[in-house]
Design a protein around this ligand. Sequence first.
Ligand code: SF4
Length: 344
Amino acid sequence: LPIARPRRIAQSIERWFARHQRPLPWRDTYAPWRVWVSEAMLQQTRMEVVLGYYARFLARFPTPAALAEASEEEVLAAWSGLGYYRRARMLRDGAIAVVARGGIPSRVDELLQIPGIGRYTAGAIASIAFRQKAPIVDGNVARILARLESIEHPLGTPALLREAWSHAQTLVDACSDPRAFNQGLMELGALVCKPRSPRCGECLVRALCAAHASGRTGELPRPKAKPATRELAIALYLVRDRDGRVLMRRERGKLMTAMLHLPHGDDSLLAGAPLEVRRKRLLGTFRHTVTNRRIEFSLFEAELPPAVRDDDGYEWIDVAKLQTLPHPSYVAKALKLREALRPA
Ligand code: SF4
């Protein structure tokens, strides 16, 4: 009997992964905590960036218990620079929950009970750490499956995701080792079935790929309509006291909350009120992108008016100690700009 198509696809991907996988740090022991941390970091963040943080974060928090015992501030500081800080808070909440229940569960339905673990991460932990036949679908997998199975729905639509989850389930059911198959699918997306120009000539599932058969690898998946990028100009103020410490504010709004920010002028993405300053002097400008907003920051050296209220979360911060305190990357950029301008 000929082997069914899903089985042939799954086998090809498993074999390809065994030969071509990259040696990544979470692939050494496949300990559930190491897999979980890697998945949390890799969401929305490029692999090369994650590799600069992963080992240090795990050395600091080698177990869920270590993370659960740390303060939110310590966790955010270790995450500083990785962006999307909600992930760090959710990872800590999740660690607290698994400590309370006595360990990281192996099944998808149990994993879904843990705060911060959604369908993708539950599938990744269950399959990669525990070798359960659980599917995973993220943007990467949805792209490969849209080509492999010729799915016409545009990227980012619920209809594409629904079909992709269903195909991913069929394929993982047909595989021999879910750890190898799911990682192989992701790795194929990263190295071969790339977003812009898939390397079909090197692809082991080429003979089984619907988009390749119909010559439509450049058309699928169909792109999604992008929200327009918004331009924004934000003034930042560098105010120092006699000891050279810098005035900073802890944000309490929805975006980048609990992190330290430089005071800003009238326009900001943050919830805090603008700071009134005097004797502004422009030091320089830099650009920075946050989701779909392109921001031009202008950094001013400034002084405080004589009577400024000591509320709204302002603190004097020693810049040398900032590395151990949670702050977003645009603040690091602003301080670097200041550093570059300082006379030798
Ligand atoms: S043949 Fe091309 S489009 Fe199809 S899965 Fe392989 S790399 Fe992707």
